[in-house]
Design a protein. Structure first.
Length: 361
């Protein structure tokens, strides 16, 4: 194909402009024009079979676009100064993070995948650009080849690609594991020890006052923990317990870790609770308003949720003075306050149950 000139949007001091002359040469297509064609597509009026055909075709288009981006990212990595001891330059990820509005970690991950596919796993890139793999399944393969030497990585990638078309990500992951063991059985224990050193527990804030707690563990330990939680959740179900299986497992895990005597029971866990910091306005505690509170290590939480936490009889209160405009801390006292028994009895007699919506405890 002939080389065409593509006018790529450029950041300027006044915003985003477009180069009208001397654009960036792009071989074979104009990505801005392609994006414009796709944005004008209207699927209304197509029957079910046609919609499925178009959906499949667009999946291939998306895969090809991802492959083109990966090759572009790899080339950008190549032309930047190389950092000894690293697979790419020290500031490559920073530049890409700014351009694509990514975190540095996300940019590093994408750069590493681009380098892997264009050097040690070319079969994965070839399958991606022809639409035989989507980006997610391609990443499943390259995430496994990182730990392998160059020759083994290339062989594993080619083998998996040969058997991956038409299979979902879980199936591809199983194929990858078998291939790694087949082509590098001697390194399996070494890789396990290296991976074991990365075990961790991570707290990830989510929306709606929820959070995700994940643990990366050796497979036998993780399986044993899950089976323990699952067995307790199943065996301790009582008549009238309308919680689903997932809810029971989640409650059981919390109860086990926080020391409740009956781990399979519903409701709030008892026993010793760890220190949890919640910053909430006094006016919110009294119910005069519903300003959001801040749970330390998580972020903003609803006012009613904060009042529920504050009502915990094992908790203590500490006076803080914050700026009413930006919320910055103005004064911090070391004195703490625990609601006296008389006040606790008064509130319980007045409200009977927790005032948090839906809570009957």
């Amino acid at each position: 194909m002939d080389t065409q000139t593509c006018s790529i949007p450029r950041h300027t001091d006044s915003g985003v402009g477009v180069e009208s002359n001397g654009g960036v040469p792009v071989t074979g297509f104009d990505p801005v024009e392609v994006a414009g064609l796709l944005s004008g597509f209207n699927p209304s009026g197509l029957d079910g079979d046609s919609l499925l055909t178009v959906l499949s075709g667009l999946e291939r288009v998306a895969a090809a676009a991802h492959a083109a981006q990966i090759k572009t990212m790899a080339e950008f990595t190549r032309i930047r100064p190389h950092t000894p001891g690293r697979r790419f330059g020290e500031f490559v990820a920073d530049e890409i993070a700014v351009e694509l509005s990514l975190t540095r970690r996300a940019a590093e991950t994408r750069v590493a995948q681009a380098v892997e596919m264009t050097t040690r796993a070319p079969a994965v890139l070839a399958a991606l650009q022809t639409g035989r793999l989507d980006l997610y399944r391609a990443r499943v393969i390259t995430e496994a080849t990182y730990r392998l030497d160059d020759t083994t990585a290339t062989r594993v990638a080619a083998h998996v690609v040969e058997h991956a078309e038409g299979r979902n990500a879980s199936q591809v992951r199983r194929i990858v594991r078998r291939a790694v063991l087949r082509f590098d059985s001697e390194g399996a224990q070494r890789r396990h020890e290296q991976a074991r050193a990365d075990r961790n527990v991570v707290l990830t804030p989510l929306d709606d006052g929820m959070a995700e707690l994940t643990a990366l563990l050796p497979a036998d330990q993780a399986t044993a923990v899950y089976q323990r939680v699952n067995t307790l959740a199943r065996d301790n179900r009582t008549p009238g317990d309308d919680r689903g299986a997932d809810e029971r497992r989640a409650d059981t895990l919390v109860n086990l870790l926080l020391g409740r005597r009956d781990p399979g029971a519903a409701g709030e866990p008892g026993g010793v609770r760890p220190l949890v910091h919640v910053t909430v306005a006094a006016s919110t505690l009294t119910g005069a308003d519903d300003k959001p509170a801040v749970l330390d290590g998580y972020g903003p939480i609803p006012a009613a949720y904060a009042r529920k936490i504050a009502a915990d009889p094992t908790g203590a209160w500490k006076r803080l003075v914050t700026d009413p405009v930006d919320g910055s801390l103005i004064e911090h006292t070391r004195n703490t306050y625990r609601p006296p028994t008389a006040l606790d009895d008064h509130i319980r007699a007045r409200d009977h149950t927790c005032r948090f919506p839906g809570c009957q405890h």
